[in-house]
Design a protein around this ligand. Structure first.
Ligand code: HSE
Length: 365
């Protein structure tokens, strides 16, 4: 099967290189903006790909939601299978693209959009066929986990750790999506969509590591705690959906505390399978490209979408999720009683509006 790659950045270049060594797939066409690359396989016009009937599949590695969305619509409408590593695209337009793929009888796969190399979405899509899944989440951002590890284990500053994550190709082009937790939230949306047939909408609570500094890390360290950024989603007892992202303080013996550097760890829970955990490099050129290749190699065997026909948008209800929190307000440390996650987010917003330095992390249950 002949594949075209959209984008020749960190992931796109990795996908192109891996395709050169693949026995069942070939690629001699990569789309990029004019004037950036001169290689013979670079094309600058999407129509070159759309009009080439020998190209059956497209791997989108551009990122963002403007050009990538336009190209996704065009490629699916032209009857090309569409594989992407773009979590922003699928978390925003997943249902539209699922419908378009179904209408045109082609596949829509996005394993690499969550967790770098981890086949978490792939396996959840299989698991949900025979089991009812009700909970998922984990450490889903390689940049944040790398930075937290560097700060905790090596005493790096926030800025130095971020600069190194960028140099290693872990961070997004705009790293504020990593730091704010938005990148993790997008992955949570995908876990929920694939696992529970529900695209979370409404009051999606999201706190990243942008309010974490070396002083907060060392306060936690002095208490034997290790900070991780955790995405969570699932079904409440009443069947409603929850979805949020927040920093969590784990004891140093917890599994999460020992997931280091750019490694991610995701889990899902189902009525019959219980808890399943999966771990691997969550960011980086070849780990992410490897997950794109996994999707591409599936295409000749079957036509499918990772989003079921039942998948719908669903409002979240985060009111029932409660935690104790460790709080650092203007340098003073306290631990709260159990409180709803929504109440802690509301408190943080008020305190920060008042100008307080306010860090919080849920305590591991
Ligand atoms: N910036 C993302 C991360 C890339 O650090 O996890 C992989 O999704």
């Amino acid at each position: 099967m002949k594949v075209a790659v959209l984008g020749f950045g960190t992931v796109g270049r990795g996908v192109y290189e891996m395709l050169q060594n693949c026995s069942t797939l070939s690629c001699d066409c990569v789309l990029e903006r004019p004037g950036v690359f001169n290689e013979p396989f670079i094309v600058n016009d999407i129509n070159t790909i759309l009009e080439d009937r020998s190209i059956e599949a497209v791997a989108e590695c551009i990122g963002g939601t403007t050009i990538a969305h336009d190209f996704a619509v065009k490629c699916l409408s032209a009857g090309k299978h569409f594989v992407t590593s773009n979590k922003a695209l699928i978390s925003a337009y997943g249902l539209e693209l699922r419908n378009l793929a179904a209408k045109n009888g082609v596949s829509l796969l996005f394993s690499a959009a969550c967790g770098g190399t981890m086949p978490v979405l792939h396996n959840m899509a299989l698991a949900r066929r025979s089991d009812t899944l009700f909970k998922s989440g984990g450490i889903l951002n390689g940049t944040c986990n790398f930075m937290l590890t560097k700060m905790q284990d090596e005493g790096s500053s926030f800025e130095d750790a971020l600069a190194e994550a960028r140099r290693l190709g872990y961070a997004e082009a705009d790293p504020s999506a990593d730091l704010s937790g938005l990148d993790t939230l997008r992955k949570v949306i995908l876990l929920s969509a694939v696992g529970f047939d529900a695209f979370p909408s409404g009051d999606l609570l999201c706190e990243g590591i942008q309010n974490t500094d070396a002083a907060a890390i060392s306060e936690l360290k002095a208490r034997g705690l290790v900070l991780r950024l955790i995405g969570s989603c699932g079904r409440n007892q009443d069947g409603s959906l929850y979805a949020f992202v927040q920093p969590v303080a784990f004891s140093s013996s917890a599994a999460e505390a020992n997931v280091k550097m750019n490694t991610n760890m995701a889990f899902w829970e189902g009525e019959n399978c219980g808890r399943v955990t999966i771990s691997g490099q969550g960011a980086g050129r070849y780990p992410t490209a490897a997950n794109v290749l996994r999707d591409l190699t599936e295409l000749p065997e079957c036509r499918k979408s990772m989003l079921s026909s039942k998948c719908r948008e669903e409002k979240v209800n985060n009111g029932g999720c409660e935690f104790r929190y460790i709080v650092i307000e203007n340098g003073s440390v306290s631990i709260t009683e159990k409180m709803p996650v929504s109440a802690m987010f509301a408190k943080a917003e008020i305190k920060r509006k008042e100008g307080a330095g306010f860090f919080f992390a849920a305590m591991e249950e």
